[in-house]
Design a binder for this molecule. Structure first.
Ligand code: PLP
Length: 413
């Protein structure tokens, strides 16, 4: 069971919703900081532990700056994400460049920034070397293929476009070393929105085994293993957050039995988690434009799927709180929709909620990762603003809403 809370009282949330034009995303700085600290503390036993926050989850400089202060790095997958990290002062090896199908220009940029380059493919070794030279530190992304089943969301590793095959992995390191690499790392990501902690522990076991095998066969000593992102959050009330301390304890036990005392010790462990860091601390705040009855009962919001794609894209559950009606009986069943000309533009289908009236304020939970970031302009919808709720309860706009001029900026009239 998970409990969905708001960062402030209903009264104060209402005040904010009536002060700034809806819809908008509101991020809770206190929640994000506490969460980031808990993650770091759980892995305090790992010398040099770092989470490289996946920038794609919430690409906003204010959020990245907070995470930088909490000791996080940035995981980037494109040139603009690399630039964003630089602009907030996350630089050098605090930046992980985990890309795929990578243009040469991005290898050059990542190399100029001295980011850690995590190669997705054996053929990328040549691309990188020819265009930017071989860096001192190089990482490879591993795809275990049939040796491991992925989780439901990321799918079967055999079908995944990512990573280096098992039989190519050793060759990758040998080749990179021949071309001048001196420091080495290993990455994998076989889960997305996973809530079963044992899956993460087993991924660590897989990487430790590979690290030992690589050392045995080539003498190469890995500097770190990167468990990627993919730790889930309990979107549904019936789901339970992953116990990160338990995951850490499980990985520690494996470390003690497999790595401690070997020539790989100390082996750093890092992550690239995005969702679990900011996801639960974002809220999409929206007002009800229409309540109506067709063949079903509908609540129409001023937000739409351009503000939050996940329900339409994945059929994902996002909890909804109706402000100031928390104690009312949830005796109405609604489809909660946006205004896009797409029938899947629904935030909830057949959701039991209290009776809703025009003007009510709905808070859609868990939008702090892969929320605003997935926004788009289909139907010429304008993306909303983002606000940050500071620890002193003041509210700061950290991205303004788009205007028609923004939308037309790339057009010739
Ligand atoms: C998306 C992604 C992440 C972050 O995933 P979360 O589910 O947000 O933790 C990390 N690494 C890579 C390579 C990714 O593609």
């Amino acid at each position: 069971m998970s409990v969905k809370t708001l960062p402030l009282s209903h009264e104060k949330m209402t005040q904010i919703a009536n002060t700034y034009p809806t819809p908008f995303h509101l991020y809770d700085e206190k929640g994000i900081r506490e969460n980031a600290r808990a993650f770091r503390n759980a892995f305090a036993w790992v010398p040099g532990f770092k989470n490289y926050y996946a920038v794609k989850a919430c690409p906003n400089p204010a959020i990245l700056s907070i995470l930088k202060e909490e000791g996080f790095g940035a995981d980037c997958s494109s040139y603009p994400e690399l630039l964003l990290a630089q602009k907030v002062g996350i630089t050098g090896e605090d930046v992980m460049f985990t890309s795929n199908d990578t243009p040469d220009s991005e290898f050059i940029a990542a190399r100029q920034m001295n980011a850690v380059i995590n190669l997705d493919d054996i053929t990328h070794i040549d691309s990188l070397y020819r265009n930017a030279g071989m860096p001192e530190l190089i990482s490879f992304r591993y795809n275990p293929g049939p040796e491991r089943t992925g989780n439901a969301i990321i799918g079967n590793p055999v079908e995944a476009k990512y990573g280096v095959r098992s039989d190519q992995l050793i060759e990758c390191y040998v080749k990179a070393k021949e071309l001048g690499a001196r420091r080495f790392a290993l990455h994998t990501m076989v889960a997305s929105n996973e809530l079963d902690g044992s899956y993460i522990v087993e991924t660590a076991r897989m990487l430790f085994n590979l690290a030992l095998k690589l050392h045995k066969e080539t003498g190469i000593v890995l500097e770190f293993v990167n468990l990627g992102g993919g730790i889930g959050i309990p979107y549904g009330l019936d789901q339970e957050a992953m116990d990160i301390q338990k995951v850490s304890d499980g990985i520690r036990a494996l470390y003690e039995s497999m790595i401690a005392g070997t020539s790989l010790d100390p082996l750093k462990i890092v992550f690239e988690c995005g969702r679990m860091v900011t996801g639960p601390h974002g809220y999409l705040i929206s007002k009800v434009l229409h309540v109506t009855s067709k063949y079903k009962e509908y609540v129409g919001l001023d937000a739409n799927m351009a503000n939050l794609m996940r329900p339409a894209l994945y059929g994902a559950y996002h909890h909804i709180t109706v402000l100031n009606k928390e104690d009312n009986e949830k005796d109405h069943v609604y489809d909660v929709t946006g205004s896009l000309c797409e029938n899947n533009d629904k935030f909830a289908i057949d959701r039991s909620l209290p009776e809703i009236e025009k003007g009510d304020i709905l808070v859609i939970h868990d939008t702090g990762a892969h929320g605003h970031a997935m926004g788009f302009n289909y139907n010429s919808k304008l993306r909303s603003a983002e606000y940050l709720l500071h620890e002193d309860e003041s509210v700061e706009m950290i991205r303004r809403a788009e205007t028609v001029d923004d939308l037309f900026a790339t057009l010739n009239f």
